[in-house]
Write a protein that binds this ligand. Structure first.
Ligand SMILES: Cc1ncc(COP(=O)(O)O)c(C=O)c1O
Length: 408
């Protein structure tokens, strides 16, 4: 499929913004949805809508089958050993909180060390801050090098037998850094620590293999990978998952209930109390199939071409500073000297170009970078070289409006 053919699968691209064709470069926030996903959602509600796991009528059985089929697709997509290692949550944030509240509550003791990387989104930072506070544990940060990579020497020094968990993203949502996951996980395991991997930014952009990566926990959201909002995934090694206590209590997570106590179901259903987001989970399968059809390696190299083109476009401007490490993937963060990123984003929007500006839910990282805020272009499988060219023109407009010269 050509990029143009792929783009046609996404109805939103027939929209115009401020009279201009939509150029969507805010994919790290959320992705657009292909017709296959929208159709799957409508199809579920129009043909199989019923609650799951509790009815013996046809619709309930169909709904259960379709919901559980997505679990199998997710397991295949990330190469989990069995579908039972996949827990559905409402988003990546909830998946990480689940680990902090269940595994963390049971395992962290006074004086233990929790390591987080300097790259973390608030979702993989604040749950660990809270856990450290409640348990009187210590939170340490793996810093960045001057080239925006994680400082592996500092990591080696921070790791010790006191380290109980290392929390790290596969890909920064701000600057695109991809830490060396396998190496980090191997070293963490060597001191007996668990590893919580935040896969939100990479899982829809590169091939994921949780087994070869070796992580203990891997969290992500469907909405960043063409799927609907309201669906998150937690992968956990089953040997760990089956030892964890539930996170929420109520219907559908029990095998028997007395007035005084209840017996809980096995994992993963033990963690899915109440009626889950059935329709969106069902539609998520269509997103996975769409990605599989195109191929994750194809998507990864397409992203890399977009990033290279964007960096080249930005390099032509004086006053533009790019924050991009060697390993940087899928996005390009930048500042324009003397102009607030919100002004940059507003002018881009006037040209139909959606970019993100601000702190990107990673306030400590942005502070480490020494800037008050950043603009970010983030790419996905439907972005074209024409999109990059339009973004470049929008940047020229920024310079015109602020009467700045764009040439070095
Ligand atoms: C790296 C990273 N982790 C976690 C999240 C949180 O995802 P969600 O808001 O879907 O829970 C995001 C969202 O931008 C992210 O980029």
């Amino acid at each position: 499929m050509t990029i143009e053919t792929i783009k046609k699968e996404f109805p939103i691209f027939s929209r115009r913004i401020n009279g201009k064709p939509l150029v969507y470069l805010d994919n790290a926030s959320t992705s657009q949805k292909p017709s296959a996903v929208l159709d799957a959602l409508t199809n579920f509600y129009t043909t199989s809508n019923a609650n799951i796991h509790r009815g013996i009528h046809t619709l309930s059985e169909e709904a259960t089958e379709r919901y559980e089929a997505t679990r199998k697709s997710v397991a295949r997509f990330i190469n989990a050993a069995v579908a039972e290692e996949i827990v559905f949550t409402k988003n990546c944030t909830e998946s990480i909180n689940l680990v902090a509240r269940t595994w963390g509550h049971a395992s962290i003791r006074r004086g233990d060390h929790i390591l987080v990387s300097a790259l973390e989104h608030h979702a993989n930072l604040i749950p660990w801050q809270e856990l450290a506070r409640k348990k009187h544990a210590k939170l340490f940060v793996i810093p960045l090098t001057s080239s925006f990579e994680l400082d592996m020497e500092a990591y080696d020094k921070l790791l010790s037998r006191k380290t109980k968990i290392v929390c790290v993203t596969t890909q920064s949502n701000v600057i695109g850094t991809r830490p060396p996951m396998k190496e980090m996980i191997k070293k963490a395991h060597a001191v007996g620590a668990r590893v919580m991997v935040d896969g939100a930014q990479s899982v829809g952009h590169q091939r994921t293999d949780v087994v070869s990566m070796g992580c203990d926990f891997f969290a992500f959201s469907a909405h960043k990978m063409l799927g609907p909002t309201g669906v998150g995934v937690l992968y956990a090694d089953y040997d760990i998952l089956e030892t964890l206590q539930p996170f929420l209590y109520g219907g559908d997570m029990v095998t028997s209930v007395e007035r005084e106590h209840a017996v809980y179901r096995d994992a993963p259903w033990r963690f899915e109390a109440g009626t889950p987001n059935i329709a969106d989970v069902v539609a998520f399968r269509a997103a996975i199939e769409f990605l599989e059809e195109i191929g994750m390696d194809t998507i990864e190299s397409h992203d890399a071409r977009c990033v290279a083109a964007a960096r080249e476009a930005l390099a032509g401007f004086a006053r533009v500073r790019v924050f991009a490490p060697e390993s940087g993937a899928s996005c390009v963060a930048f500042t324009v000297d003397g102009i607030h990123p919100h002004d940059v984003a507003t002018i881009f929007n006037s040209e139909g170009v959606a970019i993100r500006s601000g702190l990107h839910c990673a306030e400590p990282l942005v502070k480490d970078l020494g800037v008050p805020a950043l603009s970010r272009m983030s790419f996905y499988l439907y972005n074209t070289m024409e999109d990059v060219a339009v973004a470049r023109q929008a940047l020229e407009k920024v310079f015109r409006i602020f009467s700045l010269t764009s040439n070095p």
